[in-house]
Design a protein around this ligand. Structure first.
Ligand code: AMP
Ligand code: DBH
Length: 548
């Protein structure tokens, strides 16, 4: 068991760690024990509904043991790291807990990631294993991606595929749900609770997604409190159509919140209202979590069919991007939804509206922080506190907020203050009742319906095109997604130059071939000759946005 703190991760200072333990936030339980406890408490409860399969807590725990045992035979061991890029399928949870049980750090990649992102995870971590599906949406071939990553990363030794494994190993051969296990299980080698358990991802603001080291102690504290705030219990059934590996889906209160209380996760691979409503009916779903962009099709379908399905939910959580006040109002007034707004980040801090709040609080605010020890600062551009109620930059520190990104010393110096506050990059206001309102963003990030795009990452990719001289990516407002992306491009003309429409198509294909995730490909591309500049000589994005 590696008992030193993960090299390249920033530990909580001892005085804080001690305080969080004394206050009962950190209870010294790792994620492997967490699952064991639930399997003992609720052996026959259904933990996961996935397609035609139902998996009880006992079966889940056995499958995790089997998977850990078989993985250990490949030579995977404590201290290793593994990129996990799996769809909404039970295999995700089994592989996740099996890796945890072996003391291996999962890296929580999303299905939408492509070579550019996945390769960067291997480069950043030297991970030795990769878990992915055979094919994804639009028949995207992950095995081809695996081969590309293997060629580029000598550290990558083991590739496991969900579905047709081709020349690789099969994930389904790693476990079964037999209650009489054939294997003598490997003993748990999970790291101790105060150690880093896995690496979450940040939507980030510069370059490729940054890695977020979360400890068992800090993560499980946020999970237990979230489950309480969300009033989950053994009868809760949470519909999961957001990507399973996302921090919201995992922990707010998410699948782990459900596993804590003995409820069930109902997995869906398609967030459309047609499929989702059918699942809600079939499994008598009680709770669901969505990003705002998915709310629109849901309420349109419900209105069209005069379907009161949304009012049957105990709670509909919406988070990841700002929910428009008018949509929140419609959800409550027209669709009789018990709504909860969730404003969180994979780096830590999560805020929820509470069920006993008044209607205005639920519609117009993003609620209250989880913990009284979530320290929140709202500062002006010079790092001075703003007046109560005024808009400023949100900084935070607390029992489940990281003290630094993984292996990012230089970046951490900018993203964290000397005394450990995380600069979230969000512009907020705190009301007299303590509720937080997200007013905008200071970080260079576009929030495309909850999918975060670091502008610099796309700009860096575009600028490598031989005919792109200069580029700036900005957000443009969008009714459905909140924001979409627009790339302003200064183009090196050549004779025989294609039309602007063809150039746009070429650039989009170029970015795809570059390996960027689809949601990062600019929604609009505009060609301009002269960029506006600020007094400091930076590209003036505010002026560009006015040209949209
Ligand atoms: P990440 O750091 O990639 O996990 O993304 C977290 C960011 O998503 C936050 O810092 C916010 O900018 C944004 N976000 C999450 N939830 C909300 C919400 N309910 N309203 C507005 N923005 C949100
Ligand atoms: O957007 C997010 O990252 C997010 C939103 C809601 C999150 O990480 C969370 C809840 O935990």
């Amino acid at each position: 068991m590696p008992n030193h703190y993960l090299k390249g991760a920033v530990a909580y200072p001892e005085e804080f760690a001690q305080k969080y333990r004394e206050k009962g936030y950190w209870i010294g339980q790792n994620l492997s024990e967490f699952l064991h406890v639930s399997a003992e408490k609720f052996p026959n409860n259904i933990a996961i509904y996935c397609g035609d399969q139902t998996i009880s807590y006992q079966q889940l725990n056995i499958a995790v043991d089997a998977c850990a045992t078989r993985l250990s035979k490949y030579g995977l061991q404590a201290g290793d790291q593994a990129v996990v890029q799996l769809p909404n399928h039970h295999a995700f949870y089994i592989v996740f807990f099996a890796l945890i049980r072996l003391g291996i750090l999962p890296i929580m990649s999303l299905s939408a990631h492509r070579f550019s992102e996945v390769n960067s995870f291997f480069k950043q971590t030297q991970a030795c294993a990769y878990f992915c599906a055979d094919f994804g949406a639009q028949k995207f071939d992950y095995r081809a991606l695996a081969r590309q990553c293997q060629d580029a990363n000598p550290s990558l030794k083991h590739i496991f595929i969900l579905g047709d494994a081709a020349e690789f190993e099969s994930i389904s051969a790693l476990y079964d749900f037999d209650t009489q296990p054939p294997d003598k299980y490997v003993a748990s080698q999970a790291s101790s609770a105060d150690q880093v358990a896995f690496l979450q991802l940040s939507g980030g603001s510069t370059g490729i997604p940054k890695l977020i080291p979360r400890t068992h102690d800090d993560y499980l504290y946020s999970v237990r409190e979230s489950a309480k705030i969300c009033e989950l219990n053994q009868t809760s059934r949470l519909l999961m159509v957001l990507p399973v590996a996302h921090n919201f889906s995992m922990s707010s209160a998410g699948a782990l919140g459900i596993f804590y209380v003995g409820g069930a996760v109902v997995l869906g691979t398609d967030p459309s209202p047609e499929t989702s409503f059918a699942l809600i009916r079939k499994y008598q779903v009680t709770d669901a979590c969505l990003v705002p962009a998915l709310v629109h099709p849901w309420i349109e379908k419900a209105a069209r069919d005069q379907d009161d399905i949304l009012s049957t939910l105990h709670c509909l959580q919406v988070g990841g991007a700002r929910l428009a006040d008018v949509v929140a109002t419609r959800l409550i007034d027209e669709f009789k939804v018990s709504l909860q707004q969730v404003f969180g980040m994979a780096e830590g801090l999560v805020n929820y509206t509470r069920f006993d709040m008044n209607k205005a609080q639920i519609i117009y605010t993003q609620g209250l922080k989880i913990s009284e020890d979530d320290e929140i600062l709202v500062l002006d551009d010079e790092d001075r506190p703003v007046a109560q109620g005024a808009i400023g930059h949100l900084l935070t520190r607390g029992p489940y907020t990281i003290r630094g990104y993984y292996q990012a010393e230089e970046h951490n110096a900018r993203s964290f203050t000397q005394d450990g506050f995380y600069r979230t990059g969000d512009l907020v206001r705190i009301l007299d009742d303590g509720c937080i309102v997200v007013e905008g963003r200071s970080k260079e990030q576009i929030n495309r319906g909850g999918e975060k795009i670091a502008t610099e990452e796309v700009e860096q990719a575009l600028i490598t095109h031989p005919q792109v001289k200069l580029v700036a990516l900005v957000a443009m407002p969008d009714e459905l997604l909140g924001e979409k992306s627009c790339a302003f491009v200064s183009w090196q003309t050549q004779h025989d130059d294609p039309s602007e429409i063809r150039r746009s198509l070429m650039l989009r294909q170029y970015l795809k071939d570059y390996g960027l995730a689809q949601y990062k490909i600019p929604d609009s591309i505009q060609f301009i000759e002269h960029f506006p500049y600020t007094a400091f000589g930076k590209i003036d994005k505010k002026t560009l946005i006015k040209q949209l």
